[in-house]
Design a protein around this ligand. Structure first.
Ligand code: ZN
Length: 117
């Protein structure tokens, strides 16, 4: 996968993880991530609980080692590289945060509409 694709996948994780973790878990702490991909470097800080840091770290490693080009959605991958348990955790997290983000976006749209009138 291209670096652009890789970095947008990372951005999605960076956005989705805290939403889920802040709602469901306690004991968050900030950690710095330095990720290398195709001679590029991505840096970010993120505050999560220990369990989510582990899962995020795992997800990043899987992503770095993804042999598919172009990368399909993990859900549609014919030979998913995830552990069953980790996959379930990821799916739950993505579903929850995706829905919440969707709801927030819809609410923002509604607000705009109502402001006009
Ligand atoms: Zn968490």
């Amino acid at each position: 996968m291209t670096f652009e694709k890789f970095s947008s996948e990372i951005k999605t994780l960076e956005k989705f993880f805290p939403i889920y973790c802040n709602d469901k878990h306690t004991g968050q702490f900030s950690k710095h991530y330095k990720i290398f991909y195709q001679e590029n470097e991505i840096n970010f800080d993120i505050s999560l609980c220990k369990e989510c840091h582990n899962l995020l770290h795992y997800a990043i490693t899987r992503l770095q080692e993804c042999p598919n080009d172009p990368k399909p959605r993990c859900r549609k991958c014919p030979n998913s590289c995830y552990d069953k348990d980790k996959y379930k955790q990821m799916a739950k997290m993505m579903r929850y945060s995706g829905m919440k983000l969707g709801v927030t976006k819809a609410a923002q749209r509604l607000k705009k509409i109502f402001k006009k009138n």
